[in-house]
Design a protein around this ligand. Structure first.
Ligand SMILES: [Ca+2]
Length: 373
């Protein structure tokens, strides 16, 4: 904690670290700009996913199983009705929300959540049409198999591919078995489906009888951040390592990302888990030891923070930071840790170019970052 406190650029951030709540309108000095951090909303129970509508309103999920509208001035609606049945347990609950690319015309949204079943629960994805304060025509598109009782590692980020397919990121459910390495379960996978729920026609295992046909890539531990590269349209993801070894990967079809065979992390309590490389397994593009516990990622593309254009912004749960990565092609060339002082769960870019953050607290907030004028 002492080294962290030395990094703090304002007493307001120090206060946030101790209280878990950021005061209104804090300024934070960074390498390239001074941020104005405004609290838009608070009182959200572990908010997880934020979707920003074309008109500047927002939709925010609470892991406890609620979805709310947020008005442009931050007022929260009553919970939206019509959600599916959700198992709220440990890291599981209502997770991400994204808009259909043509949301302005069809009002369609996609949500990920922990879905109950006979043998336990698993990450599922549903779509529905928003009509006022209700989800209507709800349809479940995906349920990870097999379901079982575990409170850990649900993954849950949703990203549209450039051809309209839907990427779903998953976790290994906390099982240090071979599940992430075998193609017959969804544990530790990225899945790619069409919006009718069928496997993408681009998937690598459509003809493989021993594999689930919606699997895209494997060997992942727990992916809680994902974004499409704005120029290459490749899916970039980050995943949690065990203790150290958090990774950024470009998640390609039929590629094995190594977990739990290779990792730069360690056992909790010390000791090696495995090796760090093996033929046929991908090295991460970038990794963090010690862990930052990444959650939420965007490529920043707007003009408002001109010096941040084309940077990757990643939330850190563990250190309460926004991590800014400068890239040259597929290489990380510079990393800046911006101390926000709260566990960051999601990172989004608004139509106004502002950066929006969700904080992972019992009484969580929506923060808006703009450059100081
Ligand atoms: Ca890996």
């Amino acid at each position: 904690m002492n080294t962290l406190v030395k990094l703090l650029s304002s007493s307001a951030v120090a206060l946030a670290l101790s209280t878990g709540v950021l005061a209104q309108n804090t300024e934070i000095k960074t390498e390239k700009t001074t941020l104005n951090v405004a609290v838009i909303s608070d009182g959200l129970e572990h908010p997880w996913g934020l979707a920003i509508l074309p008109d500047g309103k927002m939709l925010v999920t609470e892991r406890a199983g609620r979805l709310r509208y947020v008005s442009a001035d931050g007022a929260l609606s009553e919970p939206v009705t019509g959600l599916p049945e959700i198992t709220v347990s440990g890291q599981g609950g209502l997770l991400d929300i994204i808009l259909h690319p043509d949301f302005a015309n069809n009002q369609r949204v996609y949500i990920s959540y922990n879905e109950p079943g006979e043998s336990g629960s698993s990450t599922a994805v549903a779509t529905a049409v928003l009509a006022g304060n209700a989800l209507t025509n709800l349809e479940v598109l995906f349920s990870a198999q097999p379901k079982f009782d575990s409170r850990h590692h649900f993954g849950g980020r949703l990203v549209f591919a450039d051809n309209g397919d839907l990427f779903i990121t998953l976790g290994d459910r906390g099982q240090r078995r071979d599940d992430a390495q075998t193609l017959d379960t969804h544990h530790g996978k990225v899945v790619r489906i069409k919006t009718d729920g069928s496997p993408s026609v681009t998937n690598p295992y459509l003809e493989n009888e021993d594999a689930l046909s919606d699997v895209w890539s494997y060997g992942h531990r727990n992916i809680q951040g994902a974004a499409l590269h704005p120029k290459t349209n490749m899916l970039w993801t980050h995943e949690h390592g065990p203790q150290g070894g958090d990774e950024i990967n470009i998640t390609r079809a039929d590629h094995n990302y190594g977990w739990p065979v290779i990792t730069y992390g360690e056992e909790y309590g010390g000791g090696k888990i495995g090796k760090t490389s093996q033929d046929g397994m991908q090295q991460p593009l970038h990794y963090w030891t010690p862990s930052i516990a990444p959650s939420g990622m965007i490529f920043y593309t707007a003009d408002l923070f001109m010096p941040w254009q084309h940077n990757l912004l990643v939330g850190s749960l563990k250190f309460g930071q926004l991590v800014r990565l400068e890239l040259t092609g597929e290489k990380v060339t510079h990393e800046e840790r911006i101390m926000i002082g709260q566990r960051i769960r999601d990172v989004r870019q608004g139509p106004d170019g502002a950066v929006y953050l969700l904080t992972d607290q019992q009484s969580g907030q929506i923060l808006r970052l703009t450059p100081k004028k």
